[in-house]
Design a protein around this ligand. Sequence first.
Ligand code: AFP
Length: 303
Amino acid sequence: MKLDEFLRLNAPEDLARISLAISDAAVTVSETFPFKSGLVGDVNPSGDSQKAIDVYSNEVFCDALISTGLVREVASEEMEDAVHGKGDLSIAMDPLDGSSNVETNNPLGSIFGVYSDPLPCSGRHLAGALYITYGNSITVTLSFGKGVHRFVAVKEGAGMSFQLVGLDLKVPDEPKVYGIGGTRTEWIPPVRGFVDSLEGRGMRVRYCGTFVGDYNQVLARGGVFAYPELVGRPRGKLRVLYETAPVSYINEQAGGYATDGRRNILDIEPASLADTSPAYIGSGPLLRELERLVSSSTVRTGA
Ligand code: AFP
């Protein structure tokens, strides 16, 4: 089944239109990767002058979203202030997740939270969330509160269409993989101790440096992705509105659990657009165990 047909049958009309706008824009963005990554010259197929790839993708998604007429505001990791439109929904996005992977041709992503309330607000106000992965194919993974579904871009005539490849995806309870951002010496002691135990349980490390690329492995195989609390950086690195709340929403819809070490990430009330928090996301039983360890530990330095 194609994405537009699936959305027509399964999503409210406004969320369906927003999802289609995002998917089409993702194809546009991906077509310029070779030109904007320095692999071939510095001019893209339409002859535009060179712009940083993250600035360019921000513009493409922003324009696509505002032009739906359904969006009150678009906030982005690439902009200090939100851009305003005339609709009722708020979008928080990371238009190019993992941009330091551009040069090495490793996976990239884009993340979108669709909020019903003005920003900033907690993930409890998410009406839906989507993320794109640009890997060997382009995939859209989305949820509007009724499970998690995945589509892959395939050539159709002169363009691309998105075909359903995963219905009601579930993150396995049995954990197989882990990926932890930051450096081991910076991880707070309870995280270090927990990670040290994982290979003894038969888990393997998987880390590509793009949040949604790494989360995708957890969704498929079970396990944990974390960008943890660090010694001297108690609020971690990843942004709540743009990154961790939308992926936590999808993870919860897939039967998993996401925590900042003390509470469900969806309960965090960010005070600003750019607020960050530690994030631990993945299989339910493993993540509850990790939350118990982190929340009960008073040790915050390795000294
Ligand atoms: P970039 O967009 O600068 O490449 O950062 C990617 C990211 O925000 C997230 O996608 C990764 O999970 C995380 O940073 C990786 O950070 P470390 O390089 O510190 O592990």
